[in-house]
Design a protein around this ligand. Sequence first.
Ligand code: ZN
Length: 226
Amino acid sequence: MNILVCGSHFDDAEVSCAGMMQNAVQGGDKVYIYVAATKVFISPSISAKDCTTRAEEQQAAINYLGGYGWFEGGFVDRHLGNDNISDDHYLTLVDSIEAAILDSKADVIFIPYGNTSTGGDTHQDHVALSQACLAATRAHKNVFYYEAVSSIDFNPTVFVEIDIEKKIELIKCHKSQMGQKWEGSDLELEDVVRGMAAHRGSQARAGKSMGAEGLLPIRVRFGSLI
Ligand SMILES: [Zn+2]
């Protein structure tokens, strides 16, 4: 089975779905990652070198995971919803995701959570990608929402039991992101990921020392997947 995980940013797929992807690779599935925003918006705090570093970290993560590859969207960080460059920006984003679906020959696709009333996430790029993914996967049989650390009102009904220590090791491939405080809190990304895994693990009735990742099916065609 071929699996595609679509993320707005470098490390989104791993932070949300590392455990699922690791289980899939162990089971013989081919895992691909799509990263939409691989370019930086001109900012005093971000340099072009940062972008190269992030791309190298993404490749290291794919190598460590044993994944088949990752697709580079080429869109601008923080401007996935509108780059003010192209009138056809949204269509270009949808086309880019569709190309990744085609190239990966994905049997199952995982996309960021979206919600029409709240947007489903506090990050504008996640909201934009979720909407574009919903359009890009419209003809696909098996599509799931995954949970981001910034998701709002995410209530999963499907769980994947994961090894949280293995998940953290994969996320650590994104070295530049480790040790940073997360979104105005005193917690680091690793703390947030561990907390989420423990919470979803309790909901999933996971085994001792295990955690879980939560998913929400958009469409699953029984027989084509299970
Ligand atoms: Zn993100």
